[in-house]
Design a protein around this ligand. Structure first.
Ligand code: GRG
Length: 288
């Protein structure tokens, strides 16, 4: 499937799965649409679909899982931008949710998206056993030991230890967990073999770290207009980053090596993993 078609399928599913009934107040609905349908890269939903495709599964069947993981991601961005967290006013090239609406609404948008993600998995993944496994995988990735734990450590560690080990531990949880969960969701929907699931896990771990290294590099040398969020905030907040710990050149080399490793991990899928390889190459050269 061409990437434009795939993109449209993802956008259409996102819209469809937030079609709340009349119990949802208009302003909340607008804020949810504003946040979820904003022009993001949709990397995580693509990972779900490409993983399913690599394992011989059906892309249409994986769409609810793709939408669910993007909902969790969008919730995390809305909450991360709040004054109590990263306090940002620009996201995806637009005012952040709490600036465009208000803080209480932004908190509720996150809450609603998180709940909806699990409702979609539980009700739209066709086989019951697979739906339950998808819920468990996404809940673990979004939970206190992964996404939320990584965010908590990141918020608490701004002026402390600047070791590579601590940095990677935060990113494995804050960024990597949702990448990995995306691949695992695709694998569950497509009933992957153990060998396929293991390869996707290695791909996901490498890609997640590479993505974060590139994110840190963009914060140092990217263009605010292209990236669509405020840059230079890591240094401003004394955050530990890859360029700070390794230097810019070594960070770039590490990202390259991780992307190569990700591509090697999925080599045995042959051309069925072409999309996964293309996505890894996009992460390497991305400027937004
Ligand atoms: C609030 C529980 C909670 C977690 C927040 C997502 C997050 C954790 C923080 C955002 C800050 C940040 C720079 C995170 C690491 C990289 C990241 C997740 C960037 C955003 O992802 P992209 O580039 O965004 O895929 P788009 O907008 O393209 O979807």
């Amino acid at each position: 499937m061409r990437s434009q078609e795939l993109r449209e399928l993802i956008e259409e599913s996102l819209r469809r799965f937030i079609d709340f009934d009349s119990g949802c107040p208009t302003r909340l609905r607008e804020a949810i649409e504003y946040s979820l349908l904003a022009p993001g890269k949709r990397l995580r939903p693509q990972l779900v679909l490409f993983a399913a495709e690599a394992c011989g599964g059906d892309i249409e069947e994986a769409l609810p899982a793709a939408a669910a993981v993007e909902m969790v991601h969008a919730y995390s961005l809305v909450h991360d931008d709040l004054p109590a967290m990263d306090d940002d006013d620009l996201r995806r090239g637009r005012p952040t949710c709490h600036i465009q609406f208000d803080e209480a609404t932004a908190i509720l948008v996150g809450d609603a998206l998180l709940a909806r993600a699990f409702e979609v998995l539980a009700t739209k993944i066709r086989v019951g056993d697979r739906a339950a496994r998808c819920c468990a995988v996404l809940a673990e990735a979004a939970g206190a030991s992964q996404l939320v734990g990584g965010q908590a450590d990141d918020l608490n560690g701004r002026v402390r230890e600047k070791s590579l080990e601590r940095l990677e531990s935060i990113h494995r949880r804050k960024t990597g967990a949702l990448f990995l969960a995306s691949l695992r969701l695709g694998a569950i929907v497509a009933e992957a073999t153990t060998e396929q699931a293991t390869a996707l896990d290695e791909y996901g771990q490498c890609l997640g770290l590479a993505f974060q290294i590139v994110d840190d590099l963009l914060d140092v040398s990217g263009s605010e207009k292209q990236v669509g969020k405020r840059l230079g905030k890591d240094a401003e907040r004394d955050k530990t980053t890859y360029p700070l710990v390794l230097g810019e050149e070594a960070s770039r080399e590490r990202a390259e090596a991780l992307i190569d490793q990700a591509c090697e991990a999925v080599a045995f899928f042959g051309e069925k993993a072409d999309s996964l390889r293309e996505l890894a190459l996009f992460v390497r050269r991305r400027n937004n």
